[in-house]
Design a protein around this ligand. Structure first.
Ligand code: IVH
Length: 710
């Protein structure tokens, strides 16, 4: 994590910091813009707080610390009960200290906690009168907020009528999902507007915009349910007594989406350890969530505990935000590079002024495709919001348009392939060199020779370059017709290296069809998809004879991908013939393809259909979904994850990367972490690598081991 506090050295720096923060907050709450990213903002506020603690006599009247966060805009609708903020903790130790102080206050440990995502949007109060949505109010300064009722009907999760005609106020967070954000910016720039920098700014700006030619959807998740002055007494008394988790269940029954309906639903936990396990779990899923979170909120669940703890003027004492490291920073887009991949795809990549996000320095960010650049209205020299969470490749969310100086330049798109100078096929969103795989032959051959494809030992990138430059290899199939003399004629190729490479090539000829298919690098099909296709069709001939509809019968191939695969196979026809002629195996061991030439499966129109029926899987893992996590040991030590997945599939199972209720078995090796914990929580069967090796002993591919030993 970056230093959590901005150091303030003297009164002048303090005054400047207060001014900057107040200005940023005002801009943010008026139109969703801010010259500071969240992390910088938070660090400055903490710096101000620290300085004020040491200099209590010099606190400025407009300091942001004295107010409820976001107090820059005064609204005109009073809140019935103040909309408070939350105090923060940043580590397990700080969280444990907080539970201890809560316990001191209560005279006992909190009976139970509720743990839910801290949604990164903006707070809103939604008032329902006799079951009808009548008013939407922003938080404002916490005591009064702005009327944003014009946004009613544009917020998913906030229905216009409830399941029962009750009068209640639901409070929660309005946000944009990643998809809604992309859509909002697309619509906005198409109308000549400037893009929003990130989903939260987009939600803030959209919510407050009164008259706009278009509406864009947003999303709501509730985190509080309270009575209004006209709520009937019995219901008011009930709401007052219900635990937070029960209130969320009630809100859901009334038809409102809550934190409980998100993909990381709120749960209750009995102990500090249980809370921290859940915190780690939610944090681990952060990068995959459809919406942004900036932490986890932990609340004393029971109404009695909440009442006993009470609230301060800024935040309740019964709840705390466990903040996660910032995943966004603003930096400058210096340049756009255009790289050609192994299939000929020309992909743009942003070169950034180096910026540190959550401990790593980021200098590049993906930009997907040219259309993406146009949609985002990106320009060279722009300040851009960069997002990086978990192991996912950093991405540019959007330009921070209000920071433009006018010196920004348009991004030039290449007119010819930047690698080989050939024409570019711009027919699809992703541009491609017309030479396709041949453009970057070295990359495509190195990929094909890789361990998870044909696994050709001794054929690293340097050797590939040598072969291509010597003119010996112009496509994948040429590798298999290399002669001893040709190889010996190369520099640094002695007798031993030559014989080893020829032996490795002979072994590569015998690899299963799934590996060959993967080596071809068909776009959109990776290792596991290649295995599924190979198992389904059993032979290359069957695959090539299949039409899109038949390809679509393979699990995971949809209506969009199927025709693309068929087209790609047609493009590769010459190469596949050449590989087969060079003796490369084109069948999948153990797979059976049962084409039912169905005179009895005729359609109404009388056309005969060929129905493909794969054999039901046999083997010790038949019908099981298996997840491998941690480091493998013993006889499985040498296997890559891909080889483990192959083994699972040979033994009849289905390899999967994430643990869910549908998982049947988890192989947990050394250092297994969150997946193991999740399996334990869900009561899923766990085995050690050794136990798994015994279970699948009959299905081990001895070629894997023999070759690695040799
Ligand atoms: S509870 C009195 N729960 O975070 C309790 N707040 O930094 C007040 N937020 O003002 C809030 N997710 O806008 C709560 N699950 C959640 C939340 C959440 C996001 C926001 C909310 C609050 C801010 C404090």
């Amino acid at each position: 994590m970056t230093t959590p506090v901005a150091q303030i050295v003297d009164a002048a720096a303090y005054a400047r910091a207060v001014e900057d923060v107040v200005r940023a907050a005002a801009a943010y709450y008026t139109d969703g813009t801010s010259p500071l990213d969240d992390d910088t903002y938070d660090r400055m506020v903490r710096g101000i707080t620290a300085w004020e603690a040491d200099h209590p006599d010099q606190v400025l009247p407009d300091s942001p610390t004295g107010k409820v966060a976001g107090g820059a805009v005064e609204g005109d609708i009073p809140h019935t009960i103040a909309m408070l903020s939350l105090d923060n903790v940043f580590s397990p130790e700080q969280f444990t200290a907080w539970t201890a102080s809560l316990a001191r206050r209560l005279g006992h440990a909190a009976e139970r906690y509720s743990v839910e995502p801290k949604l990164d949007g903006l707070a809103i109060a939604a008032r329902y009168t006799q079951g009808r949505l009548t008013r939407l109010i922003t938080r404002g300064d916490g005591t009064a907020g702005e009327d944003v009722s014009h946004a009613m009907g544009t917020i998913e999760g906030l229905p216009e009528t409830l399941a029962e005609p009750v009068s209640v106020e639901v409070r929660g967070e309005v946000l944009m999902t990643g998809t809604q954000f992309e859509h909002a910016n697309e619509v906005r720039t198409a109308h000549g507007g400037q893009p929003f920098a990130n989903p939260r700014n987009a939600a803030a700006g959209t919510l407050r915009a009164k008259e706009r030619a278009y509406t864009v959807p947003m999303t709501f998740f509730g985190y509080a349910l309270l009575p209004l002055p006209d709520t009937d007494d019995a219901l008011a008394a009930r709401l007052d007594d219900l635990a937070h988790s029960e209130l969320m269940a009630l809100a859901a029954e009334l038809g409102v989406d809550t934190t409980a309906t998100t993909v990381v639903p709120g749960v209750t936990a009995a102990t500090t350890d249980e809370v921290l396990t859940r915190v780690r779990h939610i944090a681990a899923l952060r990068a995959e969530l459809p919406f942004g979170i900036d932490g986890i909120v932990i609340k004393a669940d029971l109404a009695a505990d909440q009442k006993a703890a009470g609230s301060g003027s800024r935040a309740p004492r019964w709840a705390i935000a466990y903040k996660l490291p910032a995943v966004e920073k603003i930096t400058r887009l210096l340049e756009v590079e255009w790289n050609v991949g192994r299939t000929g795809i020309i992909a743009p990549r942003g070169v950034l002024e180096p910026v540190e996000i959550d401990g790593s320095t980021i200098t590049y960010a993906t930009l997907h495709n040219p259309a993406d650049i146009t949609r985002r209205d990106l320009r060279l020299g722009d300040q851009v919001m960069v997002h990086r969470a978990g192991d996912v490749i950093p991405r540019i969310e959007a330009p921070v348009a209000h920071l433009r100086t006018g010196a920004e330049k348009p991004i030039a798109f290449p007119e010819v392939c930047p690698r080989c100078g050939s024409a570019i096929d711009t027919g699809q969103e992703r541009w491609r060199c017309e030479q396709g795989r041949n453009c970057h032959l070295v990359a495509s051959l190195s990929y094909a020779a890789g361990r998870d494809q044909l696994d050709i030992e001794g054929l690293g990138a340097t050797r590939v370059v040598q072969l291509v430059e010597a003119g010996l290899v112009a496509d994948l199939a040429d590798l298999f017709t290399l002669t001893r003399e040709q190889l010996l004629g190369l520099e640094r190729m002695g007798e031993t290296s030559t014989d080893n490479l020829l032996a490795a090539l002979s072994t590569a000829r015998t690899r299963p069809l799934s590996r060959v298919l993967c080596a071809l690098g068909i776009r959109g099909t990776g290792r596991s998809m290649s295995r599924r296709i190979a198992r389904h069709f059993a032979t290359m001939d069957n695959i090539r004879a299949a039409d899109a509809e038949q390809i679509q019968q393979v699990e995971g191939i949809g209506a969009e991908k199927a025709p693309a695969i068929v087209a790609e196979l047609a493009e590769l026809a010459g190469l596949i013939d050449k590989l087969a002629a060079a003796g490369v195996n084109m069948t999948e061991p153990g797979a059976v393809h049962a084409p039912v030439d169905a005179t009895d499966a005729e359609t109404e129109a009388g056309t005969a259909l060929t129905v493909t029926a794969s054999e039901p899987p046999a083997g010790p893992l038949a019908g099981m979904a298996v997840v491998v996590t941690g480091a493998m040991t013993g006889s499985l030590e040498k296997l890559t994850r891909n080889e483990m997945n192959e083994l699972i599939e040979r033994a009849g199972g289905r390899a999967s990367s994430s643990v869910s209720r549908k998982t049947s078995l988890v192989v947990a090796g050394e250092g297994a972490g969150s997946k193991r914990t999740k399996a334990e929580n869900l009561g899923i069967r766990l085995v050690t690598p050794d136990e798994f090796a015994i279970l699948t002993a009959d299905y081990v591919d001895h070629a894997d081991h023999a070759e690695q030993a040799g």
